[in-house]
Design a protein around this ligand. Structure first.
Ligand code: FES
Ligand code: FES
Length: 239
């Protein structure tokens, strides 16, 4: 046993019922004659003696009303609040039609086109900007719509594969893909055609190698590359 162990226990067993009739403060020298001394006659407050005082005196429940309300205020302030869903108003011209919408700021352009406007010709492949299946035109330039938030395109003009042509009036690039059999399953085809038509306005050389380089962001799992290049070359040579 440590030499001062008895002093660490401020004599709880020596408290009389009379002593416990009212809360004692460990800071009240007159009331706490059982507190250990520091050697100079002054009472020595220890962590243990303080906790024993709190437990025995009911001090925690004897807080004045003002103090209790001071604790209650921050708790009321931390009550659950309704989160702002983060909606934003956008206006886009999609395939020559003005579209107004209120969308979550996290909505990609791809999801807006497919889920809000049901323009499902634009495909979601990787959703990570790696396959090109989601390619559309924004203000005439090709964009991976999966990598772009629709909130960034307020006021922009968007063209999807549905706006490029119709089965009865196909765009020359669509007709060339059909003529050269530039597709198999067709999942990548909308993105391929949107990239290919944008390429016509880009500073791209006329060789097949130039076309392949310019189309390298569009992946075809079916491997229809040679026919895709042939289709693009035909349209390029005609312009
Ligand atoms: Fe956008 Fe693949 S879905 S690049
Ligand atoms: Fe099937 Fe390109 S035609 S992925």
């Amino acid at each position: 046993m440590r030499e001062n162990q008895q002093e660490d226990f401020p004599g709880a067993d020596r408290h009389s019922d009379a002593d416990n009739s009212a809360p004692h403060s460990p800071f009240n020298v007159a009331e706490n004659t059982n507190l250990p001394s520091d050697g100079n006659g002054a009472p020595q407050l220890t962590r243990r003696s303080f906790l024993m005082w709190v437990g025995s005196s009911g001090a925690a429940t004897a807080l004045p009303a003002a103090a209790a309300s001071a604790f209650a205020a921050p708790m009321a302030a931390s009550a659950p609040v309704t989160m702002d869903p983060g909606l934003v108003n956008v206006r886009l011209t999609v395939n020559d039609v003005v579209r107004d919408a209120q969308v979550d700021v996290r909505t990609s352009l791809l999801d807006y086109l497919r889920e809000n406007l049901q323009l499902t010709g634009t495909k979601k492949g990787c959703d990570h900007g790696q396959c090109g299946a989601c390619t559309v035109h924004v203000n005439g330039r090709r964009v991976n719509s999966c990598l772009s938030f629709v909130a960034m395109h307020d006021g922009d003009t968007v063209t999807t594969i549905e706006g490029l042509g119709t089965p009865d009036r196909m765009h020359p690039m669509q007709a060339a893909f059909v003529a050269h059999d530039g597709l198999q399953c067709g999942y990548c085809t909308a993105g391929q055609i949107m990239s290919a038509t944008a390429l016509l306005k880009e500073p791209c050389g006329r060789s097949d190698a130039d076309i392949k380089e310019a189309m390298s962001g569009n992946i075809c799992r079916c491997g229809a590359y040679s026919n895709i290049v042939a289709a693009i070359r035909q349209v390029r040579d005609a312009t």
